[in-house]
Design a protein around this ligand. Structure first.
Ligand SMILES: Cc1ncc(COP(=O)(O)O)c(C=O)c1O
Length: 230
């Protein structure tokens, strides 16, 4: 199971050679790859990232969701799968949750068919692009030199704290200034806090708040003396 277009939480895209290697790996084992294309609607680069499914439609089950584009509360998504799996998947879905509310699906279908869903995506893409730009501009101003990656799509970026920085201390110091940060250590199976990274979400934060938040803690992100232990 992979998120090849924009991995959570690192934000990296699966490189072309690794895509091919994964497909070969699956072919050798007669296995199926699940491609979780969860934030595909929100890509900012000029180069579109092709779906893994396009490379091996007989091997890849592709998942989409409206949780990012509309709201998680709708609980509606879709599956594009090899034809032989469609029947068993539908059967399994039905047995596991007795189906997805029909009225909600019809409303979504109406939204898509009327063109309003596309308009909504265009508007939201511009909104998120502006928040992303606000984050980058504020970081460049208040934490110059900080390396930020994972920005090709979605609603989060990864900040690479300077070598020797203590991730937990940075998070705690920011909290003391009323700014909530998420350390990458919480996403690691080992909970290791090195290399020190922050996962910066900007999907649900207004531009003004992004700017104010970064201004309040910029020094913590670049200054080793403040973010390392005694
Ligand atoms: C990696 C990933 N895939 C999928 C989803 C969406 O899941 P669902 O459609 O069940 O809400 C999320 C939501 O945060 C996610 O982070």
């Amino acid at each position: 199971m992979v998120t090849p277009a924009h991995q959570w939480p690192t934000g990296v895209a699966l490189a072309p050679e690794r895509r091919l290697a994964l497909i070969e790996w699956a072919a050798d084992r007669d296995a199926v790859i699940i491609e979780d294309d969860y934030d595909a609607e929100f890509r900012y680069g000029r180069e579109p990232v092709g779906a893994l499914q396009g490379l091996a439609p007989d091997r890849v089950v592709s998942l989409g969701t409206v949780s990012k584009s509309l709201a998680p509360v709708l609980r509606i998504g879709w599956v594009a799968c090899p034809p032989a799996l469609a029947g068993p998947l539908a059967e399994h879905k039905h047995r596991s949750d007795r189906g997805t509310p029909t009225l909600d699906q019809l409303a979504l279908a109406r939204l898509i068919e009327s063109g309003r869903f596309d308009r909504h995506l265009r508007r939201m893409r511009a909104t998120y692009r502006a928040r992303r730009a606000a984050l980058l501009t504020a970081l460049a101003e208040h934490a110059p030199g900080l390396r930020v990656t994972g920005l090709a799509a979605g609603f989060h970026a990864v900040a690479h704290l300077p070598a020797g920085a203590d991730e937990h201390r940075v998070v705690a110091a920011a909290r003391a200034r009323s700014v909530g940060l998420y350390g990458m250590s919480a996403c690691r199976a080992s909970r290791a806090a090195t290399p020190a990274r922050l996962v910066l979400g900007f999907g649900d934060v207004r531009e003004q708040s992004v700017v104010e938040g970064v201004a309040a803690i910029g020094d913590l992100l670049t200054d080793r003396r403040r973010s390392t232990g005694p």
